[in-house]
Design a protein around this ligand. Structure first.
Ligand SMILES: Nc1ncnc2c1ncn2[C@@H]1O[C@H](COP(=O)(O)OP(=O)(O)OP(=O)(O)O)[C@@H](O)[C@H]1O
Ligand SMILES: [Mg+2]
Length: 330
């Protein structure tokens, strides 16, 4: 991304998350209708807290990339507004973007240049980057994304995962207050995904706010502190990952050979939605004391081999919220 040279520090930079105290990213009724008529993002109100690892979750076509493009000032919203680091976008792009590292779908690379030389070009396009330390910065970024060994290879010979890593390296050349990563693990193998996840955690522990999009629920659960769920251009919910998962209540699971007796006792205890499946009886979590239910089972002679409440996953929450599976919208 080409940056103009006007990057003098502004007074709002001292407070994390900008002056307004309403999040590192804040949108109000943000809407994008493409020229073809497609309503890609519909009235989005999003707040990304400072210091969070924020997962922007949704199936293919739900509007994630469109939102990110608006946040980064790459496309104009049809209506509504967005603030990034306390400043309006796209108007304040010149002030905001030097503090933001971004990886957006299909990073622009020069195929005829090596991975290293691509990064040198990115770094050289940044007027705040000291040319004397360029080699060190580029080397460190390559190291961080695990590309050091392949740095001399031409980018056109990179695999999708390697290109993705190179795009991430470009976003990491400078320390940033905010990283915006659109599907950062796209095209990576499982080991590569693990590496990116641990890199994201590491960056977050240094105080960088990370906003990442994904259509992988378990990925969001593993790495994010907060999440927003999109479906068909609309925000379904947002909040801390633990709150979102808690929104879908867990299930009481009793493992026993005496399933029929266990089911009867659970119903006597007033527990709802009792279901028998093989050697397990599951139900809504009891309203009262868990141990009282366990005691009732044992007293009734049920051989309890396992007993506990299984935590709801984000996937449970998603299904509970949307009433549907996590599939591509039509
Ligand atoms: N340039 C465009 N012109 C017209 N429609 C578009 C354009 N880009 C995206 N769309 C449409 O807008 C909707 C949202 O697309 P978007 O790329 O934002 O989704 P996404 O959540 O990023 O999906 P994915 O997980 O596949 O990357 C889709 O219906 C898509 O077809
Ligand atoms: Mg996308």
């Amino acid at each position: 991304m080409d940056q103009p040279s006007a990057t003098e520090p502004d007074p709002e930079e001292t407070g994390e998350g900008g002056g307004a105290g309403d999040g590192v990213i804040h949108t109000h009724a943000l809407t994008k209708r493409y020229r073809g008529g497609q309503l890609a993002v519909d009235g989005l109100d999003l707040t990304v807290p400072a210091g969070s690892v924020f997962g922007f979750l949704g199936p293919n076509g739900s509007g994630k990339t469109t939102t990110i493009r608006m946040l980064m000032g790459l496309i104009e919203p049809t209506s509504g507004s967005a603030r990034v680091l306390g400043h309006p976008m796209p108007r304040a792009a010149r002030t905001v973007l030097p503090h933001v590292g971004a990886l957006i779908e299909g990073p622009a690379l020069y195929g005829f240049l090596s991975g290293r030389d691509n990064l040198v070009r990115y770094d050289a396009a940044d007027p705040t980057a000291d040319p004397r330390t360029r080699g060190t910065r580029v080397g460190a970024a390559l190291d961080r994304v695990g590309l050091a060994a392949a740095a001399g290879k031409k980018a056109k010979a990179y695999s999708l995962g390697m290109k993705q890593r190179l795009g991430l390296a470009a976003a990491l050349l400078q320390p940033r207050r905010l990283l915006v990563l659109d599907e950062p693990t796209n095209g990576l193998d499982p080991q590569g995904m693990r590496e990116i996840r641990s890199l994201v955690r590491e960056l977050a522990s240094d105080g960088t706010t990370v906003f990442l999009s994904s259509h992988l629920l378990d990925e969001i659960e593993q790495v994010c502190t907060h999440a927003a769920v999109m479906a068909r251009g609309r925000l379904i919910t947002q909040g801390s990952v633990s709150d979102l998962a808690a929104g879908a209540r867990g299930r009481l699971v009793v493992t026993t050979p005496d399933t029929a007796d266990a089911a009867r006792v659970l119903k006597e205890q007033g527990v709802g939605d009792v279901v028998i499946a093989e050697d397990r009886v599951t139900s809504d979590p009891p309203e009262g004391e868990l141990s009282a239910v366990n005691a009732a089972l044992v007293t009734a002679g049920v051989r309890v081999r396992g007993f506990g409440v299984e935590r709801a996953s984000l996937e449970d929450a998603f299904v509970a919220l949307t009433g549907e599976g996590f599939d591509v919208a039509g």
